[in-house]
Structure formats: C-alpha cells, structure tokens
Design a binder for this molecule. Sequence first.
Ligand SMILES: [Zn+2]
Length: 285
Amino acid sequence: MTISPEAPADADARRAVKPVICYPNDTLPVPNLPLYRQARQAAVKTGEVLVQPRDAACFEVPAGHFFRITSVEGPQVGDLNLWNGADLSERFYSGKTRALHGTHITAGERMWTSFPHLRPMATITEDTLGWYGIDPYGGSVHDVIGTRCDPYTGNLLAGSQYHHCCHSNLTRALAGHLGLPLAEAEPHVHDVLNVFMCTGFTRDTGQYFMKASPVRPGDFLEFFAEIGLLGALSACPGGDCSAEHSSDTAACHPLLVEIFAPAKGALGDWKSPPRNGYDRSHGIG
Ligand SMILES: [Zn+2]
C-alpha cells in the first residue's frame, strides 16, 4: 500500500511562509579586492599549462600568487579541484562554499576548505562572465552544485565503461603529478568548482540541469591563492555541456591555466588566513 498524503487545510498558508537565508554572510571576512587587483597589475607570469580536451592537468600556485583559467579555441567547461599544496587532506569544500555564497560564485567570492580548516583557499578576483547573472531558467555560471562527471554514475545509469569523465581525468592527473598509484590518488578527488558551466535546478522537478555555456574564447576566471595550492583542472568531455557528457560525442577544446607572481611588497602586510578558530573539543573536557 502506498501512502498518498492529503494536503492539510492550511497547506497554502504553510507554503506561503517566507524563507530566511541559512547563513547570512554579512559577517564573513571580506577579501581586500582592491589590494589584490592592484597587486595583479604588475604581476608577472611564471608558468602555464594547457589542459587537453577530455583530459586534466595539475598546477601549483604559491600563496599570494594568482592563477587564471582561460577559454581558448572554443566553448569549454572545466572541472576544478584545489588542495592545500602541503596537506591534501585540506581541500575545497563545495557544499560549504554553496551554503556561504550560493549556488554559483563570481568575483569577490571565495572557495573554502574542508573541516577542520574551513578557511578561504582562493578568492575570485576577475570573472569575464560576471555579466551573465541568473537567466530566466534559473541558470548561472561557475556552479558549486554539481559534483564532477564520473564513470560510476555512467555505469549506474547506462552500464557504460567510459574513462574520460572529469573524475577519471582528475585522478590520472593527480596520480601522475604526485607519483601515486591511481587507487591512492582517487580518494583525494572531490566535488569541483564547475568553471564556465551553466547550470541550475528546474523549478518544477528540482532536477539539476545544464545548458550551453555562454563562455567564448578569451573569457577567463582569475583567482588569488590565499594559501599555497595544488590545483587540477579537467577539460570536461561535455565540451560546452549543451547536450551530454560522459562520452566522446561533444566538441571539446583545451583550457589554459596561467600563474602570475605579484611584485615583491605589492601585497603589503597581507598574510594567509589562519585555520578556523573552533577549539575542536566537541563538548568534551
Ligand atoms: Zn565533466
């Protein structure tokens, strides 16, 4: 027997209750964007990596340096993982970043690290797609609501064995960079920042959707590294994610990652943010 609950007499009144924001963020530490942007002006490029389509690559960014992800050749979505370069257990926390900033992030917002650290690891300083806003479908760019395309979900839904989903690309790249076996690298791969991807939730069914990214060659997203970072970026097999991922069907393009070092003294007395101040006693002692 299935239960099909009858709506109570006051259903409309209950639905009409106004929402409140879970985490008002007016007490979040504010990044000093003017300082970062000024420091960026005289910064010099120290390296670059071209991420090949349907593949991933790693890069390192010292604390206080910048990195830029640029669309080249054609519209392309990127899946970004970030770790503390000195401690892989401190990594990007997509769920908490979403709770603090919302479903999509842009200039002035930050990527936060996992517990027990919970501190900003990267601040977005420039976003050439910042004009996009939220479209009539509820879609926006650079989401922290997706996970990363992966072969396990493909196998679950379609019985496939596809090896170039972002999860596998990131796993191979991290294993290669650190000289680890795949099985040791894989657990470090985590939910991503979906760079340039245009996504949202349908209003009627609440399902995660994607649509063709508005990104065009020359568009970029730039970050300030708040701590020393190891990054991995995958050029998603979905290409611009207009139709499908988890196959070789979509047109795919490379993504360019560039690293920039500020001039000595350009950041004044800026320091890496400390780890979270909670005492971790959890009510004992
Ligand atoms: Zn992907």
